[in-house]
Design a protein around this ligand. Structure first.
Ligand SMILES: CSC[C@H]1O[C@H](OP(=O)(O)O)[C@H](O)[C@@H]1O
Ligand SMILES: Nc1ncnc2[nH]cnc12
Length: 290
């Protein structure tokens, strides 16, 4: 199977450049319209698809990003590996604005979003004990290091609902009691949905601020975030441009089983499965539903 890299660009990352045969395409999904058209093309001989998470012009808030449609559309396009690029706040002194973190764990505190492709008539339970793909995360780490980006290998991302930033008490709770490293508003349920769709998923978090716990930095200020994002976005694009060479056009099965996550996950008996759900899940779960 060939590699197809899907990049979900977060705040400040609304396009990538350098794609051969670049075209913005409409992809229909039974889960609604994705955030925007998807930019397709090739980079270094590897197929690429880029989707701006909030849409070009930043139309969708973290709560209204159509996460299911986005992941379903990438799956329909044949994407095998999804790299999420996100802005985030830091809970660690040593994780400073401008640094990148290759996130490997999440605490999901979002509550106003559809979190699964499955449901009545087709029930499935996948594991997200290890919600990111170690192979893909390693490639992102190497790409960041090759670009000279200060990058941290691993970190726990607190996914909050937003859109308001955290209170100081929340910020201290997440940092001191829960041991989180960074905070953002979008990687959940995105990572869970990618796992349900049997896609490898890695999260590249770009630190823009110290959230509100830091005694010397005060409250989060959106204009400071945007200033940091402007520099980060170029670094993120450079990181992405290195991935085709690191991943290669040929793809061996994921050694961690991301691409087989549904193998034993569907509980609904074959004769009880809802035909409409089977149709709706033709891209996400077609491999196991036949
Ligand atoms: C621009 S600050 C808040 C905004 O930025 C992050 O979005 P993304 O993860 O898509 O880069 C954060 O989660 C908030 O949605
Ligand atoms: N401090 C913060 N909290 C939540 N999302 C963010 N995105 C960037 N900075 C953030």
């Amino acid at each position: 199977m060939g590699t197809k890299i899907g990049v979900i660009g977060g705040s400040g990352v609304y396009e990538i450049d350098g794609l051969q045969d670049a075209a913005w395409v409409d992809i229909d999904s039974p889960f609604g319209a994705p955030s925007d058209q998807i930019l397709t093309g090739r980079l270094g001989g590897v197929e690429m698809a880029f989707l701006p998470r909030h849409g070009r012009g930043h139309v969708h808030s973290p709560s209204t990003v159509p996460y299911r449609a986005n992941i379903d559309a990438l799956k329909r396009l044949g994407v095998t590996d999804v790299i999420s690029v996100s802005a985030c706040g830091s809970f660690r002194e040593e994780m400073a604005p401008g640094d990148f973190v290759i996130v490997d764990q999440f605490i999901d505190r979002t509550f106003a979003r559809e979190k699964s492709f499955f449901g009545t008539g087709l029930v499935a339970h996948v594991s997200v004990a290890h919600p990111t793909c170690p192979r893909l995360s390693q490639a992102c780490l190497e790409a960041a290091r090759a670009e000279g980006i200060k990058v941290h290998d691993g970190g726990t991302y607190l996914a909050m609902e937003g859109p308001q930033f955290s209170s100081m008490a929340e910020s201290k709770l997440y940092r001191d009691a829960w041991g989180c490293d960074v905070i953002g508003m979008t990687n959940m349920p995105e990572a869970k949905l990618a796992r349900e769709a049997e896609l490898c998923y890695a999260s590249v978090a770009m630190i823009t601020d110290y959230d509100s716990w830091h005694p010397d930095h005060g409250a989060v200020d959106i204009s400071d975030i945007i200033a940091t994002l402007t520099g980060n976005a170029d670094k993120a694009r450079a990181l992405v441009a290195r991935l085709p060479a690191l991943l290669g056009p040929e793809r061996a099965p994921c050694p961690h089983g991301c691409d087989r996550a549904l193998e034993h996950a569907i509980l609904t008996a074959p004769e009880k499965r809802d035909p409409a759900m089977i149709e709706k899940l033709s891209a996400v779960a077609g491999r196991v539903l036949g």
